[in-house]
Every structure is written in C-alpha cells, then in structure tokens.
Design a protein around this ligand. Structure first.
Ligand SMILES: *[C@@H]1O[C@H](CO)[C@@H](O)[C@H](O)[C@H]1NC(C)=O
Ligand SMILES: *[C@@H]1O[C@H](CO)[C@@H](O)[C@H](O)[C@H]1NC(C)=O
Length: 377
C-alpha cells in the first residue's frame, strides 16, 4: 500500500473515533449533554426549590432510573427541575440561558388550594408571572396532573395490608374502642371551627370518642401507639379542607386504613373518595342528614360485628386485586371514573417525548377548584 493510503486510513479511523467519542459524550453517556432518549440510563431530577422539612438524601434513586439532587450546579445536566410551591420565588429562578428544550420545569404541591395560597409567599398575581410556559408539568394529587403524586391508591393499599378471613378476624378481635379523632387544629380558622363543631355534635349524640391532641378540651397530646390506634373501630378522617377536589390525605390512607380502622370522611367530595379508595371501605358524612344520625349509625355498627365487618370485605376476599376493585366500582357506580395506578415522575420523564407547557398554574390549580374549597380557609 502507498504511504498516502496509510495516512488516509489513519485519518478515517481518527475521525471516526472522534465522532464516536463526541457522540458518546453528547448523547449516550449517563451525563449526556444532549440526552438521547432511547439510550440514557439515568435521569437527573434537580429540586431547585424544595419544601422545608425532611427531604430524601442527595443522590437518592427516584423510581429506579432517576437520581435526586439539590445542587444547583447540576442545572445544565438536569432533566427535570422541580419547584415546590412553598419555596418558589421570582427572584430566585434558574438562569434562562441554561434551559434546554427537553428539560422539564415542574410545579409541585401536595396541599389544598387554601394551604398553598397561605404558604405561597407570593400573591396569586405574582404567581401569574409564571403563566404562559414557565412550567411544563404539574405534580400534584389531582388525577389530571402531569405527574400524579397522591396520598394513596387502592391497589397500593391492598398490596400493603394483611388479607383473608383470619386477618379480618384478627382485626375485629383487637377492637376495644369505638372511635378516635386526632388533631391539634381546632380554632385557628372558620374551617377548623366548623369541623370541630361537627365532631362535638357526634360526641353529644352519644358517640364514644377518644380525642387525641388538644381539641374539644382534650389534653391527650402524646401520639397514640399503633396498637392503641388499632383498638378503635372508626377513625375520623376529617380533612383541613372542605370540598377541595381530590384532596384526600394521610388521615384517610395512613392513619385510618393502614391502621385497620374504618375512616369516617369529612371534607373530601364523596365521588372523589370512591374513585380512588377500595369499594365499601369508608363512611362518608355527606350520607347522613346530621351528626346525630351518623353517631346513631356508628353505634349501630359498634353493636353489629357482621355489619361492621362488611367494611373489610375488600381485604377479606383473598382473590381481590386492583382490577377487581375497579370492576366492582364500575358496576356499582357507573358514573364514577375509577382512577388507575399512575406513573411516577421518573417513569414519566424517562418516557417523555412530547412537548407541553402549562398556560397558568393559577387557573389550573386554584380557579378550577370549587369556590367552596377556598372559602373555608
Ligand atoms: C383556641 O384559642 C385560644 C385563644 O385564641 C387558645 O388559648 C386555645 O388554646 C385554643 N385552643 C383550644 C382547644 O381552645
Ligand atoms: C418546556 O417549556 C419550555 C418553555 O415554555 C419550552 O421551551 C420547552 O420546549 C418545553 N419542553 C417540553 C419538553 O415540553
């Protein structure tokens, strides 16, 4: 071969090698500057404005394929930048220049509209400054959020609890008390007072109620043990929001259902609860004309184990699945749209190829809610 041929060959290899290297650095590596969707292994989720309080640690894996960071230096690498409602400030935003078109800016909240407005630190008019495309996605408990991060879901609950006849026998045999309520907020707002007066009427109608916290004259401020909680038949899952769309919190899922108590729901819209909860797993205050009628019904259940036991049918039946619960719900309530299990932030982001912008957080999160919801805060 001629020397010229060697040089040409070497040149081709070098150019090819460089191209591969550049391709790898830019597109395919974990830290790709321009991520290539099909090949990227790890998504980076930057919490630019995290909420106060305990947070998952830096570097923690989120939903398998993503890693969490709070380090703003990672902005360029981040695939998702999350802003919590409590910490977002117009003077403290990422520099626009760094924003890649694939990068998703996400508005995150877990609170009711009233609480969000209270904690926001900006006026709704200032929040309007984020209209027309600052955010790409919302992450809330609402079923139509881009990323649904709700407090609970029937299928997840079913996976976490004991099931079968003997499990339910066991639950019933531990019951020594009728009902409990746990709260420290009784007279801070119109809503808290309205809620407390409902509970007071239940008590005055003869319901045997143990109150934890410092409401209704109780001084029982120590958190009850799990065993103590489980000894009650009913848990008053009274939210600190009234008729706020889909706002069903840990009071319902964790405090009541995961502690083997039947939730008595006040605040959420009944249809919203039906759409996420196991069928016949809760009692809703809206089904009763008065607190006295409800108290009467709870006392009736207290004396009739068979009737009380019906509220555990969803876990007594060992063949129960998420799909079966949805099927039963549709049979009994054809008009209710049953919620399905949703993908988390990471799963959604890793699959995303679409383009979206949020025209207005104010319209999407506050205006669309019923008026009643924000009135009582
Ligand atoms: C209600 O408010 C008063 C003063 O406004 C306060 O002293 C009291 O601790 C609050 N809570 C209860 C349960 O009354
Ligand atoms: C996110 O929003 C920005 C700003 O409106 C937009 O330029 C970008 O294309 C959006 N990206 C996606 C993936 O939706």
């Amino acid at each position: 071969m001629q020397p010229k041929g060697y040089i040409l060959c070497f040149g081709v290899i070098a150019v090819f090698g460089c191209a591969v290297e550049i391709c790898y650095l830019f597109l395919l590596s974990d830290y790709a500057i321009i991520p290539f969707w099909g090949h990227r292994k790890t998504g980076v989720v930057l919490f630019w404005a995290p909420p106060t309080g305990p947070l998952p640690p830096e570097g923690m894996k989120l939903g398998g394929q993503c890693v969490i960071t709070y380090d703003r230096e990672q902005l360029r690498r981040a695939d998702v930048v999350v802003f919590h409602h409590s910490s977002i400030a117009p003077k403290d935003l990422p520099w626009k220049h760094f924003r890649r078109s694939e990068q998703l800016f996400v508005w995150w909240t877990s609170d009711s509209p009233g609480k969000v407005k209270h904690d926001l630190g900006l006026s709704l008019a200032e929040l309007r400054g984020f209209d027309n495309g600052f955010f790409n996605w919302t992450m809330t408990y609402l079923h139509d959020a881009d990323v649904v991060r709700s407090y609970g879901y029937r299928g997840d609950l079913l996976n976490d609890v004991t099931k079968g006849k003997s499990a339910v026998d066991d639950i019933i045999s531990q019951k020594k008390q009728v009902a409990m309520w746990m709260t420290n907020q009784c007279n801070g707002s119109q809503l808290a007072m309205m809620r407390e007066s409902y509970v007071k009427e239940l008590q005055e109608s003869g319901l045997k109620l143990n109150v934890y916290g410092d409401c209704l004259g109780s001084h029982n401020t120590a958190h009850p043990s799990e065993q103590e909680m489980k000894s009650h038949k009913f848990y008053l899952a009274f939210e600190d929001a009234f008729h706020c769309r889909e706002y069903i919190t840990e009071k319902f899922w964790d405090n009541a259902l995961r502690n083997d108590m039947v939730p008595v729901v006040w605040g959420p819209i009944k249809d919203d609860v039906l759409s996420v909860a196991p069928l016949d797993s809760f009692i809703h205050t809206d089904d009763f004309d008065s607190p006295a009628k409800l108290a009467e019904y709870l006392q009736f259940l207290d004396k009739n184990d068979d009737k009380y036991r019906k509220y555990f049918r969803w876990r007594e039946d060992e063949t129960m699945t998420d799909e079966k619960m949805i099927f039963e719900l549709k049979e009994k309530y054809p008009d209710i749209e049953a919620q399905q299990r949703s993908a988390n932030l990471c799963q959604k982001e890793m699959k995303n190829t679409g383009y979206k912008v949020i025209l207005s957080i104010v319209d999407e999160f506050f205006v669309r809610n019923k008026l009643e919801c924000s009135e009582y805060t």
